[in-house]
Design a protein around this ligand. Structure first.
Ligand SMILES: Cc1cc2nc3c(=O)[nH]c(=O)nc-3n(C[C@H](O)[C@H](O)[C@H](O)COP(=O)(O)OP(=O)(O)OC[C@H]3O[C@@H](n4cnc5c(N)ncnc54)[C@H](O)[C@@H]3O)c2cc1C
Length: 308
């Protein structure tokens, strides 16, 4: 379904800066709307608040890193994405402005391919917003019933996943980063979500709620859409079961293991050969948990598995 949405999106006139509406001089709030207290929490240090910071990130990303985006966006050891999600999520930076800036680069010989790949992610964002708005969709309910894996509450497994102590290094690194900073790269989100649903067989809704609570960009439409995509119960069909093997994903997108070493200091001293699968080392670090599931287990399920 996303393919059709994207084709339709791109067939319309692409946004330009001329389409941007000026900021309103004032906003009239209806008197019956009660104000809420301003939260006392400070913005995470990694994401300073404010439009100036959001626009600075957009300019910085589009003036260089965007040219490598299509090749490097999944690398966990490189800082190669825009880091704009919290600013888009809270309306601090307009998605139309971001799309117009990307569209202006599409025919650039150096940045064009990266800008196209980045624009696609903005279209995914629009897709999930549009689908939640559509009356056919019921928030937080599976679009395709019965298509996902058997969900269970698995309280202990869920707690270990939340706290980053499953014994699967890439998953633990991702979950610890989430608790410390409120953020994770997209590839880490995919691997962690897939691990909860496919390896631990915990109901996807528990993970969706945890992500939404702790992600600094956490929001219903995009978070829900991605969790349903991973669990295979959204409207975006796939002939395969989507399964991301943390060991293979780590070796591919974090080859030297820097991301794991940063968030799992117990594994910092391990050679790159073992850092993705410490149980294979001759003497695995005693302070790091043993794997909760046999790493070969999910791969051995009678599922039609997508390469990943
Ligand atoms: C399980 C799971 C849960 C997620 N939950 C959220 C969430 O609550 N809020 C959120 O903003 N993103 C969510 N994402 C999407 C994605 O991981 C983040 O938007 C991205 O990592 C933010 O980093 P960035 O701004 O550097 O992205 P970039 O790669 O620079 O992309 C630019 C923008 O495109 C949009 N975008 C990128 N990837 C996606 C995607 N897969 N789906 C929809 N829009 C996308 C975001 O607005 C992002 O800021 C989730 C992904 C997964 C797999």
């Amino acid at each position: 379904m996303f393919g059709a949405f994207e084709r339709d999106w791109l067939a319309r006139p692409l946004p330009t800066r001329a389409d941007l509406l000026p900021a309103p001089g004032r906003l009239d709030v209806p008197p019956e709307v009660e104000g809420l207290p301003v939260p006392a929490d400070r913005a995470p240090a990694e994401f300073p608040a404010g439009e100036a910071e959001g626009l600075r990130r957009l300019r910085k990303f589009l003036s260089g890193p965007v040219a490598r985006y299509h090749r490097e966006r999944d690398r966990l050891d490189l800082d190669s994405t825009s880091g704009l999600s919290p600013y888009l999520r809270f309306g601090i930076v307009s998605p139309r402005l971001a799309a117009a800036a990307a569209a202006a680069l599409l025919s650039d010989p150096e940045a064009g391919a990266g800008a196209r790949a980045w624009l696609r992610q903005l279209i995914w964002r629009d897709f999930y917003q549009a689908r939640l708005y559509h009356p056919l969709h019921k928030a937080e309910a599976a679009f395709r019933r019965g298509a996902g894996p058997p969900g269970r509450s698995g309280r202990e497994a869920f707690r270990a996943w939340c706290e980053g102590r499953t014994g699967s290094p890439l998953v633990d690194a991702a979950m610890r980063q989430l608790l410390t900073t409120g953020w994770m790269p997209n590839r880490a989100r995919l691997v962690a979500a897939s691990f909860l649903v496919r390896f631990l067989l915990v109901d996807w809704g528990h993970g969706e709620g945890w992500f939404r609570r702790f992600l600094v960009d956490g929001e219903l439409a995009v978070n829900l859409g991605n969790w349903q995509w991973v669990a295979g119960i959204g409207e975006d069909r796939s002939p395969f079961i989507r399964l991301f093997d943390p060991v293979r994903q780590g070796r591919r997108f974090n080859p030297a293991g820097a991301y794991i070493r940063r968030w799992c200091p117990e594994l910092a001293g391990l050679d790159s050969r073992w850092v993705h699968a410490p149980w294979e080392a001759e003497s695995p670090p005693a302070s790091y948990p043993r794997p909760m599931v046999d790493p070969a287990w999910a791969g051995g399920r009678p599922w039609n598995i997508a390469p990943g």
